[in-house]
Structure formats: C-alpha cells, structure tokens
Design a binder for this molecule. Structure first.
Ligand SMILES: Cc1cc2nc3c(=O)[nH]c(=O)nc-3n(C[C@H](O)[C@H](O)[C@H](O)COP(=O)(O)O)c2cc1C
Length: 185
C-alpha cells in the first residue's frame, strides 16, 4: 500500500465537533463547503438538497432555541456554533416514487447523506469543524423559517472554527464485522 494520502488523512482525523470558537466563519468559506455538497452524487442526478445557512447571530439563536428545546435539549450545545445549516430535501416525485415503491429505498436520504458528508470533509480541509444534527425539532424549525411543505427538513449541521477536538476516539466496528469478500456472513 502506498503512503497515506491527504483525503485519507482527513478521514482519519475527522471527528464530530461540538465546541466552537466564538468567531464568525466567512461566507466565502461556507460556500466552498456547500460547493462540495453541490457536486455530490444523487440518484437520477435529482440533486434534492437545499441548504438554509444561518449565520446571522440573532436569527440563528432564535431558531436554535426552538430547535433544541424540550426533548431535544441535549443538542443545545449547537446553539453556540457560529453557523447552523438546515438541510432540506426537495423531493423529485418520479425518482422518489421509484425509490420508495419499487426499490423500497428513500433515495433522497442517500443523496443527502453523500453530499453533506462531502461538505463536512471540505469544511475540515478548510480548518473548520462540523457536526451532523439529527436530534432537533424539525416542526419548529419549519415554522420559524417559514419553510414551505414542498421541502422536507432532513437534518441540520453545525459548523465553526474548532475550539476543542474530542480527546477520545469513538469506537468503530472491526473490518471483519462489516466487510466480507464474496459472501454474506
Ligand atoms: C445522521 C446523523 C445524525 C447525528 N445527529 C447528532 C445529534 O443530533 N447530536 C450529536 O451530538 N451528534 C450527532 N451525530 C454525530 C454522531 O454522534 C457521531 O458521528 C458519532 O458518534 C461518531 O463520532 P465521530 O463523528 O466523532 O467520529 C449525528 C451523526 C449523523 C451521521
């Protein structure tokens, strides 16, 4: 095997970041991250992703207060991230119907997973930290931002300059447990 490459290094180093410096992220930098998502793969090239970038502190805090309240309080640390990105899906009727009914698969979720992870890795290359957020009140976010019904609120992502890198590795399943050549174990 050849030496470790830059992408491999990034992937090894990437961690979910939950503590950010109290300084803004330049819009140009944010957009470079979104660009990485924009170039992601998607079923039928539907590109269902849409992003609402919250970088205006008052609005961000207002949305965060709604998003991370009640049973979602465990995510309230994300209110301190200088950037919150609301990730929406605009469902393509045909691609989604085929996926859901014939293939039993919500393709738009795969598309968004792939694109958003590209965004996270790009952010890391630019010196930023991110964390996927799945535990938040989507209904309240929809109401607060007046998001029309044609969009699904899929996830959120926090982003900012890293204040603290987690000290401990999160455990991963062994290669033997997850990958098999030529058979299903
Ligand atoms: C779809 C998805 C949703 C997640 N939601 C949350 C969340 O709501 N809050 C949180 O703190 N971390 C969340 N995470 C981050 C995971 O906890 C984290 O990726 C996992 O523990 C592995 O740690 P690592 O990313 O540092 O390697 C989410 C990750 C994914 C992929």
């Amino acid at each position: 095997m050849e030496g470790i490459g830059p992408l491999e290094k990034l992937i090894h180093k990437r961690r979910s970041i939950r503590k950010y410096q109290d300084r803004p992220v330049e819009r140009e930098t944010i957009l470079r991250c979104i660009e990485a998502a924009r170039l992601g793969p998607s079923a039928e090239n539907v590109q269902p992703w849409r992003f609402i970038i919250l970088d205006e502190p008052q609005l961000r805090l207002r949305v965060a207060k709604k998003a991370f309240s009640g049973i979602y309080l465990t995510t309230r640390w994300a209110a301190k991230a200088p950037v919150l990105i609301v990730i929406l899906a605009k469902l393509d009727i045909i691609a989604n119907k085929i996926g859901a009914h014939l293939q039993n698969c919500q393709f738009y979720l795969l598309d968004i997973g792939a694109a958003v992870q590209q965004m996270a890795l790009q952010a890391q290359e630019l010196g930023l930290g991110t964390c996927w957020l799945g535990w938040f009140n989507g209904k309240k976010v929809r109401r607060e931002l007046k998001i029309p019904d044609m969009y699904r609120v899929v996830a959120m992502m926090s982003m900012g300059h890293i204040e603290r890198q987690p000290r401990h590795e999160k455990p991963r399943r062994s290669m033997e447990e997850i990958a098999w050549f030529n058979e299903c174990r």
